[in-house]
Design a protein around this ligand. Sequence first.
Ligand SMILES: [Zn+2]
Ligand SMILES: [Zn+2]
Length: 50
Amino acid sequence: MADDKNKCKNPSCTCPAQPGGKYCSASCEGSGDTIELDCDCGHDECGGNF
Ligand SMILES: [Zn+2]
Ligand SMILES: [Zn+2]
């Protein structure tokens, strides 16, 4: 959990959140409370983007 404060709140996303925000992208923010297995943020480094 120690490394979680600056990570995107989308559980399937491994990207860092935007400064001052909880998500890395509008795509993740739009997912809201929905738990998705894959992330659609489009970042190449995202571990949840299949
Ligand atoms: Zn992502
Ligand atoms: Zn994200």
